[in-house]
Design a protein around this ligand. Structure first.
Ligand SMILES: N[C@@H](CCC(=O)N[C@@H](CS)C(=O)NCC(=O)O)C(=O)O
Length: 228
């Protein structure tokens, strides 16, 4: 199997954690896609994913699977023991409900903040993601405020259960964790009073699959291009 991604980017890191959790890293060949250079918006990559987004999983028979949730479902079910996406109907429902909330309230909102309230991926990407319009900054800032509300929501959730979707670590935890790292990298701070979310984040960061951080840090060349 092949994965088209770029180390350090939030949805790439989601899948890297899944691969470590399912011990599948050795079965994957990684193909690096240059997001800052807008490689993912050019025809060769659009033939792989018409949405122009990473990550994409390519199976050995050539099947192309994009969308991190779909990729996670596939990888999690390969061993017949879907620990990350739910084993029972109730678990599955809870994981997908919380996963969707993590995407809508956190990951998507941080993405909006990053692309519209900050220089985002830089000059090469401007024609693709950030058309100029007068409300652009304001919309980006509103997305940032939405993301902070999302953090408050998940802080509340984590006051009454150990993980985002219940008793076990799941895909929803991975999405919230990757979103918080993305927020931090984009300069969006987590309010210090969110003690339950902070404690959960520390606990998740210490899980072996997360701690490994293989491919979860930006490439030095990308950090330089971000001016970091
Ligand atoms: N819904 C997609 C979102 C993927 C996504 O937004 N990927 C980011 C990288 S983390 C990307 O490709 N961004 C480049 C762009 O939006 O142009 C998923 O769940 O995989």
């Amino acid at each position: 199997m092949k994965i088209y991604d770029r180390p350090g980017f939030p949805n790439s890191s989601r899948i890297r954690i899944v691969l470590a959790e399912k011990r599948l890293e050795n079965r994957i060949e990684f193909v690096s896609v240059d997001l800052i250079g807008a490689e993912h918006k050019q025809p060769p990559f659009l033939a792989i994913n018409p949405s122009g987004k990473i990550p994409v999983l390519e199976l050995d028979d050539g099947t192309l699977i994009s969308e991190s949730t779909a990729i996670t479902e596939y990888l999690d079910n390969l061993d017949g023991n879907p620990t990350l996406t739910g084993r029972t109907p109730r678990e599955k429902a809870m994981v997908h409900m919380m996963q969707n909330r993590a995407e809508a309230e956190l990951m998507g909102a941080v993405d909006g903040y990053f692309h519209y309230a900050t220089p985002g991926l830089g000059d090469a990407m401007q024609p693709y993601v950030s058309p100029e319009w007068t409300g652009r900054q304001e919309w980006g800032q509103r997305q940032g405020a939405k993301a902070v509300q999302g953090m408050k929501y998940f802080d509340g959730v984590l006051k009454s259960r150990p993980f985002v979707a219940g008793e076990a670590f799941s895909m929803a935890d991975i999405t919230v964790f990757a979103s918080l790292n993305f927020a931090e990298a984009a300069g969006l701070a987590m309010p210090p009073e969110l003690a339950s979310l902070a404690a959960w984040r520390t606990k998740v960061s210490e899980l072996p699959s997360v701690k490994k951080r293989s491919g979860q840090a930006f490439l030095p060349e990308d950090l330089k291009r971000f001016g970091l």
